[in-house]
Design a protein around this ligand. Structure first.
Ligand code: FAD
Length: 519
């Protein structure tokens, strides 16, 4: 007999299978020798009570062996001679589209402006240590896209469980720990992601797909509005039966190119704010109610949201035990983001604290038209850069000083390697944005007094939260409205907001391309 149960287990015992079996028997009144085996199906941490516990969903097998399961491993055939589909962008959307294309018998030709994961590391070092930003190879551009040196949290608001499982399974098949299949908040970590990404590339290449780095798309080849291929910097043209455009939210040149070619794009609201960095111990104390975190508990995270003047202020991409990183994609900008290693063991907790910015608000600030959000985003990033010394040092303030519009005499220590400098963020941000962020932080402080502290820094500017432009596509065919054979995909087109959703969008678009080619 199989029985599914819920079990509360304290953190010190969550990895002790024998203990869990005994506890399950006790709870269910089962004799220990009757229990053949157990399978943990879901694991989530509940830290709401004074003594945090893990809630496990477990399948118990009583007087019955676990039915032999056919190992579901992905099967790919060789597509070297199949119809070629261009995939622009080697981020999660592009790579998962490519894998799906291979499954569907099509040959992906992936083109990325950046370098492979290994080469890319040098450019990240140059940003971190010398403040030099390479416009084609940085935290957003290069193999694996913004996903490679990201935090690797694998959450999505999508509830299409089957599809989520397929992405997670592919990640596990390429080297991710299998815990991601059961954890309620799966996390990989930026030290583990590069190996997984290059293993995905090996799968693509070994089945006849092509991956080209250092290949920047600078033009599209159109015939009677039909997209036939792309032109690379340097002049080479590449043709394909269809083009999946998965260039991410930071490819401003691609948006400009589309607009210049009269390919419809739309302005899109987005969110902008700051990254806040607390000592991890403060967040642990708030969440776990323990002066010192038990060694069995992970670095604590949080999620906050409130309304100020009927607009949302919310935490975004929280990275417990993480690092704040410089995520600019061009020289002359300051952009910050967050990531963490798999162990999440840094002394800091960082999170974006951002506010929603609608198009009418931008219009009031003098930004109109299809590039309203993009121009605004760029102006704020440039202003943050110009306030500094020309390096990637980021402007910062202590949290309460920020809410009191007071320049900080000194700053707290930080994980941000390029370093921080004290700056009047209250002046550098547009006044309405400053007001909402500041009031939002005060509201968060009312919910949790320890959160609202001058021991935290706020750092400018968290501006790459989502795409500032949408590339419209048909709901059924996933094809661009007005440009046959162009398939906008992933976060840059406005159809995803993270690694998992970008990967799932890639898979959906690949299926749509298969239908298009068959038709
Ligand atoms: C520091 C950081 C931390 C993050 N942490 C998380 C997290 O924990 N969890 C999560 O879900 N999400 C996280 N994200 C967001 C996540 O990485 C993105 O949502 C996701 O990568 C979007 O996937 P994508 O494939 O649509 O685009 P991208 O990943 O942005 O990939 C786009 C690709 O297109 C290429 N490209 C751009 N222009 C051109 C051109 N002209 N020619 C050729 N190639 C081009 C780029 O080089 C890039 O490789 C993080 C992002 C950053 C920067």
């Amino acid at each position: 007999m199989k029985k599914t149960i819920q079990l509360k287990v304290f953190p010190s015992k969550v990895n002790n299978l024998e203990f869990i079996k005994s506890l399950a028997c006790k709870q269910e009144g089962i004799n220990k020798h009757e229990l053949t085996d157990i399978v943990i199906v879901k694991r989530s941490l509940d830290a709401r009570s004074s003594r945090p516990f893990f809630l496990l969903r477990i399948d118990l097998y009583i007087d019955q062996n676990i039915p032999e399961q056919k190992e579901i491993t992905s099967q790919f055939s060789d597509v070297s001679d199949a119809a070629e589909v261009l995939v622009i962008g080697a981020g999660p959307a592009g790579y998962f589209a490519a894998i799906e294309l291979i499954e569907l018998g099509l040959r992906p030709i992936i083109i990325d402006r950046g370098k492979d994961v290994r080469e890319r590391r040098r450019d990240l070092k140059a940003i971190q240590q010398e403040g030099v930003v390479n416009g084609d190879s940085n935290y957003c551009f290069g193999e694996g896209g913004a996903g490679t040196y990201s935090d690797g949290k694998l959450y999505t608001r999508s509830h299409k469980r089957g599809k989520i499982e397929k992405v997670l399974r592919l990640l596990v098949e390429h080297g991710a720990i299998s815990d991601i299949m059961i954890d309620a908040h799966p996390h990989i970590g930026s030290n583990k992601l590069p190996k997984i990404i290059s293993a995905i590339r090996e799968t693509i290449e070994s089945h006849g797909g092509v991956v080209r780095f250092n290949s920047k798309v600078v033009d599209f080849i159109l015939k009677d509005n039909h997209l036939n291929g792309v032109k690379l910097e340097g002049g080479e043209t590449i043709k394909g039966s269809a083009v999946i455009l998965a260039t991410g939210h930071s490819a401003r040149d691609i948006y400009k190119l589309l607009h210049g070619l009269d390919i419809t794009i739309e302005a899109k609201p987005f969110a902008l704010g700051l990254r806040i960095e607390h000592p991890q111990s403060i967040i642990d104390k708030i969440q776990y109610n323990q002066t010192e975190r038990s060694p069995y508990l992970p670095a604590a995270s949080y999620s906050m949201a409130c309304q100020v003047e009927r607009k949302g202020v919310f935490s975004f991409c929280m990275c417990p035990g993480g690092l704040v990183v410089p995520a600019a994609t061009s020289p002359g900008e300051i952009v910050v983001n967050g990531m963490s290693l798999s162990r999440r063991d840094s002394a800091f907790a960082n999170s974006g604290i951002v506010t929603a910015i609608e198009l009418d608000e931008l219009e009031n600030m003098g930004y109109a038209g299809v590039f309203a959000s993009l121009d605004f985003q760029k102006d704020v990033e440039t202003k943050m850069f110009n306030a500094g010394d020309g390096s990637q040092k980021a402007p910062a303030q202590r949290m309460i000083d920020f809410t009191e519009a007071k320049l900080s005499d000194t700053l707290n220590s930080t994980s941000y390697i390029p370093g921080l400098y004290s700056a009047p963020l209250h002046d550098l941000l547009p006044s309405s944005i400053y007001y909402r962020l500041s009031e939002g932080l005060k509201q968060f402080g009312k919910k949790n007094t320890s959160y609202f502290t001058n021991d935290a820094n706020v750092i400018g500017v968290e501006s790459r939260t989502s795409a500032p432009v949408k590339i419209p596509r048909d709901k059924e065919t996933f094809m661009h409205i007005g440009t046959p054979a162009l398939f906008p995909c992933g976060e840059g087109a406005g159809y995803a907001g993270g690694i998992l959703s970008a990967a799932m969008d890639g898979q959906n678009v690949a299926k749509a391309v298969r239908k298009f080619i068959n038709s």
